[in-house]
Design a protein around this ligand. Sequence first.
Ligand code: ZN
Length: 629
Amino acid sequence: MPIGPDFDAKDRVKQATSIVDLVSRTINLRRQGPNYVGLCPWHDDKRPSFTVNPVRQRFSCFVCDLHGDVFDFTMKMESVDFRGALEILAQAAGIVLKQHGPKTEPGNPDHKPTLFEAMKWVEEQYHQCLLHSNEAIPVREYLQDRGITQESIDKFRVGFAPLAWSWLVDRCRSTRFTPKILEACGLILMNNRGTWYERFRGRVLFPIRDTQDRPIALGGRVVPGIYGTEDEPKGKYYNSTETRLFTKSDNLYGLNIALEGLRKADDKSLTIVEGYTDVIAAHQAGVTNVVAALGTALNERHIRLIKRFADSITLVLDGDDAGQRRTSEVLDLFVTSDVDLRILTLPEGMDPFDLCMKQGGEAFQKMIEGAPDAISHRIRTETKGVDLLNQTHAATKALNNILKTLAGIPASEIAASAAKQLRQQQLIGRLSRQFQIDSEHISRRLNEIRNSLRPRNYDADADSKNMVPAKIQTVDFSSFVGKERELLQLLILQPALLDTAVEKVSPDQFVAGPLKAIYQIMDDFFHDEREVDHDSLMLEVQDPVLRNVIARLYDEAASKNELESGDSTSFALDMNQQFDSVLAAFEDEVIANDHRAKVSQLQQKALDKEEELAALEELLNQTKQRHGL
Ligand SMILES: [Zn+2]
């Protein structure tokens, strides 16, 4: 295994990143002895169970059974693979990574950092245009009329694209951003005469930023009266197409700004509205945890994104029927994820923008707090207009629909949580009263429906290659063979022992898949004359499951080491003794296997007389040896 070209860079990134600082950006940590502790972001934590060890530069959650370093934390938090985590941390640390392949040189339309820089430049051009150009006067008036303040315009970097067909292309000529780069950002198109034209011309623009606060796309809205003699374009709202930087389902408008408050808040809740201006109005009115989906219905990717930052969501709907229908689809999604969902249905004809502008943020906040949870909302909409006691057919249908939603929560999840059991009982009791049906009967029906549902594959749509499943699959440690686990721990703590180990134990002697894979990597390292300590392993191995196993082996071994090593020389002695006995265990197994093979050959009488005698003699000798005779 050759040393990767980035090995050095990975090491520098790791050195430059403090795990305490990194984790603190997401979780409130407090000091506890030599460590820091906080609530784990990946399970419903009350304890806290999440520990950060600043000396070892690692984190662990013993409930999730997750262990790792700055790369693992970033991989899981940002839903990226190892390379993605390396890029994020390198950028934060100001370390330049070598790019793979010739296609991604800076200045190339495939080079993501160049696209990020271009988007930043574009955002600024359009923003300045809105602030200062004469052509934007009607737009400034329009925004002012609607009540959007200068402060909001600055905060959200609102912009304007003039009507000229080539405004942006003309400007980019004096920069290093070519039209091809702007095209890759989804900003300009080429017509059939071979000239570039602007996608967003004549629109007020709402830049969309990612969770790292980088502009990645634009949303545009028609401004009435701008188009002069031209027809107003169809479609009031217009989003960037998907690009290398932007996918609709992996981003939410305003999340970059909402995160500032959300990261510090105890109450991690997000409110989702429909439009850009709804978000701006809410923030302006002081309700800052508000975001909008980007021209697409809420889906599993959004939920995965939201779960990284919030544990409860309020979905705000206009009072129309289309909104109601969409909700029931969304609802089924949320029921299976453990995000708490509330549904706020606004009075007919009202949207969050008007509400915030006319009645203020407090009124909006109050409505959000009073919103019914999703199941209650479901019961309410399913039973609306149905006479539950007399319209038997309609009532049965409504009950079945409600139970189908409830059945989406897997039985295993309910069994594991007392709160969820209680909640289910309450809901069944409530349905029983409302429908006048025995609660036993409802429970039974719920179980029937639940059993008929196939388990959902939560990550089935993770199609982007940078996506790794949000839930890192973990390995059952108790299933590992003791001696295999011990040997690896010894080698991680004392790499000098590898010399002997490689000679005596081959990777094929390992039973457990992940341990075997790790030992194989150590073996490769050894033959390449590379160091095999824990740090170099963690810089080389990228598979999240293997990383978790290595980290956990190390954590366990290092804790034992710290506990027992009052006197380090005696510990080293212990370690050598332990090493000898582990090697002996491997050797014993080889002999025992051989023994078994011989016995089975004897039993099958597969040997001729002479061989039989020789085999018997050998078995006898082995047995004597084993008993020290
Ligand atoms: Zn956890």
